[in-house]
Design a binder for this molecule. Structure first.
Ligand SMILES: Nc1ncnc2c1ncn2[C@@H]1O[C@H](COP(=O)(O)OP(=O)(O)OP(=O)(O)O)[C@@H](O)[C@H]1O
Length: 243
């Protein structure tokens, strides 16, 4: 029992022999990987290598064809659809390339939406902290259409953090941003790990983005083919080109 608890606190997400097939296509092929709690991991790979499938299976958005995915100590394959939805809302944060903010809601309503859906209220101190961190204190009453792309993504990041999730999955979060704005968003993801001890999994095509992580996983044809620790943009780009 003691060992189980120790293991559960060590890893935020664990995949064991995760395979996902779509008819004849094997999108993920027996992936086993533990994501350490408080780590920042980037996932890279060529188009069609299985990155989106990986993210969807690891975050409980989709079910693997076989294998096990655990968030902390919860085997999410054993949960009903309703419980999986609740787990995603309460324990996982999502950031997407396209921001996915609700256009009719202002920034504050967007940020607190996950709490509202879960029937809880914001802890005011934490909400203040999240808003301060993303630098949107003077924009809370604005609609998403009144914000720049970088501000919209920062609002989306605040929404992802407001429930204090154990793990944040970011799918190409900087894909629609210019390099400078992209760096702001990556710096915020880095701070999430360094200051709050949360876990970040970032899917990206961009070696400069991946270099913000503690380690980079390379996917090829549905398998993890390499892990690059302490990455730099140059070392990631060099490995990327040899895939
Ligand atoms: N819903 C689906 N139905 C059928 N095949 C799918 C489906 N989703 C993904 N695939 C296939 O699974 C493989 C992996 O796709 P996936 O989208 O995970 O790759 P990716 O690395 O995210 O690609 P990209 O970088 O182009 O977004 C591809 O061959 C793709 O065509």
């Amino acid at each position: 029992m003691t060992m189980l608890t120790a293991e559960a606190t060590t890893y935020a997400v664990r995949l064991e022999s995760v395979t996902k097939t779509y008819g004849p296509v094997t999108a993920l092929d027996g992936v086993t990987w533990p994501f350490p709690r408080g780590g920042f991991t980037a996932v890279m790979g060529p188009s069609g290598s299985g990155k989106s499938t990986f993210l969807h299976c690891a975050s409980g958005l989709d079910r693997p064809t076989s294998g096990t995915v655990r968030i902390g100590e919860t085997d999410i394959g054993r949960l009903s659809e309703a419980k999986r939805t609740r787990l995603r809302r309460e324990r996982i944060g999502f950031v997407f390339q396209s921001f996915n903010l609700v256009p009719s809601m202002d920034v504050e309503q967007n940020i607190t939406l996950p709490l509202q859906l879960g029937g809880t209220r914001a802890d005011p101190a934490w909400l203040d902290e999240v808003v301060r961190r993303v630098g949107l204190g003077d924009r809370l009453g604005h609609r998403p259409s009144e914000l720049s792309g970088g501000q919209q993504q920062r609002a989306a990041l605040a929404r992802a953090l407001v429930t204090r999730p154990e793990v944040v999955f970011a799918d190409e979060p900087t894909g629609a941003l210019d390099p400078r704005t992209a760096r702001e968003v990556l710096r915020l993801l880095r701070e999430t790990v360094d200051e709050t001890g949360q876990t970040v999994v970032l899917v990206t095509h961009d070696p400069a983005a991946a270099a913000w992580a503690d380690s980079v996983l390379f996917l090829d044809r549905g398998r993890i083919v390499e892990e690059l620790a302490s990455p730099s943009a140059a070392s990631v780009a060099a490995r990327w080109e040899s895939l």
